[in-house]
Write a protein of this length. Sequence first.
Lengths: 399, 352
Amino acid sequence: MERKVAITGLGIVSAIGMDVQENYNSLISKKDGISRVENFSTIHKEVIKVGEIKLTNEELIDKLGLPKINNYSRTALLAEVAALEAVEDAGIQNIQAYKTGFISSTSVGGMDMTERYFYSCVENKEERRYIPTHSAGDATSKVARRLGITEFVTTISTACSSATNAIMLGARMIKAGKLDRVIVGGADCLSKFTINGFKTLMILSEDNCRPFDKDRTGLNLGEAAAFLVLEAEDIAIKEGKNILAYVSGYANANDAFHQTASSGDGEGAGLAMEQALKVAGLHPSEIDYINAHGTATANNDLSESMAIVRVFKNEVPDISSTKAFTGHTLAAAGAIEAIYSVLALQNNIVFPNLNFENSIEETKIKPITEPLEKELNHVLSNSFGFGGNCASVIFSKAN
Amino acid sequence: MSKCYINGIGCVSAQETTNESVEISDFETLTQSINPAKKQNYKEYIAPNMIRRMAAGVKMGIVASKKALEEAGINNPDAIITGTGMGCLVDSEKFLKAIIENDEQYLTPTPFIQSTHNTVGAQVALGLKCKSYNVTYVHANNSFETAAIDALLALNETADSVLIGGVDEIAKHSTYLHQLENLVKSEDEISNILKSDTQGYLASEGSQFFVLQKKKTSSTYAELVDVAIHDVLNQDQIADKLNSFLNTNNMSLADVDSIFLGVNGDKKGDDIYHSLCESLFKNKQQVYYKHLSGEYNTVTAFGLWIAAKCIKNQTIPEVLRLNDLKTDGFKTVLLYNQNRGEHHSFTLLKSC
């Protein structure tokens, strides 16, 4: 009998809240976190809008009780805040009591510090402490040490699908009996590097993004971190844990179409959704809500819509993208939206897709635009990234 | 767990590893602090119009993966799983330099696109039109090991053939910074890495890919039995963790014939190996390889490539030997790697 994968803890920091409750409150009251960049200087400050967390690094360092002189990148700071909340939420007292892993994901890694000190640290020895923190795995190892996890610790980077793949690997490790418990998620902070990267690709919106709208103008970048505690169901029950939801299906497929663009018909996206349904043993009609990738770029939203229509045919479930609240938080997005999916299941509510007016002509998909209360049993969350990386995960209600 | 056999291998490194007529015994010990990979005749593998803009890591990855796939006779694996510590670092540096020097203006997207860590895995998939599972692990010295662990899971689920690989690039300014931090040796610190009394390693780059399959074939090198990682261990925990890893696989240290160690000349990490060689591994045939490959985050994939060849040929060339102990043939090989007490990995191989 295969082990079921229970979710027993959540932790999140994003532009719409410093913890799970704040994020939920913002979602149901349609309060977005889109603003101008304030924490660092960039020549694009007045041009682009972002989902920035309005705490400075110094404030995050204080919040975490770290020494003033440390070598945490902002990615690591955000990750640690979210991971500590998740572990506390799961009521874990002794992390070593079970075979526990930690799987994080990032695309930016320590780039926010590298871009400040890359050349100046040659002269300024003080700044050299950030040299080893450039590595994508650095934030992961720092948080693992803080949590007391020493064995299976790793980091995934599949661009904007990263955290969904972290959830998937965690669930597979539990099912295979390799781990009893695993904390999965991702973190990415805003940086000049990513802002300029997306700017050169000409997919940054100058206004608040409008997922699935016919006249969408591109994405808002965001920063966030989110982690979920996954436990083998038998252990969660033995420990008397409050099971928040289950990870019931997942899949990863590659579009193999273009390095940065999705195929017109969203073949990889369709494959990921179909295979996730198969792993969950669910019929498409059993999905009650899709938390879409919905970045609000011309390419993604059309490609994703085409794939959804192909998989769900005439029965496209209620759908929304929450990117207009948080911005596109890149590697972290899959974990942010996993938490929103679990909150949706727990509260029987579909979160609204902000800034939508008119449907994309080709698919006529009309997302939910006001908080909608209804019974939810299964929620599908999509994450797609550069490199054709497509990942889908299905969360199911805890009974 | 289902069986996992290494049925195809490919390697680009600082040695002539794509030339079949060059044997391991012909490899020369590296003598520079920075050791680029041997240039390949990329036209044999990649459309000429694509070569110029392609990152070095992508090119190395394509060559190594094609070699592995060809040898195994596979063209559409059920998963492509890549490990890279730093991704296409040269392009990351290029984009970063342009941002800093031109104050965020006059930028072009290509270096940004290639800087994404999953570029190599994605380009390998794109070249094969392979729509299956595709993931990239970026956890420093355990990037390749996590790829291998994922592959073992995948073969135990529904996959029959999995392509796994490691890739990392040398980039100029990053390597210079690593020299400033004594992570990479400076030119005047080069010596026999076994006798090094300075911090830092010899920097290098490369890519190694492997086809792993459930079934044994005529091209099988070895069985990949298991892989385990520990993000951090105290020296006194290593023996315990190794024993429990071997026990999980119904083995003990007595069953291991040969140990491939990640000795790299960095005094700060090598003390751990040297002390194990005097204690736990004292009566074992000890092997090292980083004097030939140099060091990079995924160099353990080079170690696996060397080990796979040694097992298949049932010989360990003199150039790899760390001690004089010899056994008649050898069945079981353990690879052990760590970096200054962090990112420990155990990889277990068996001859077929």
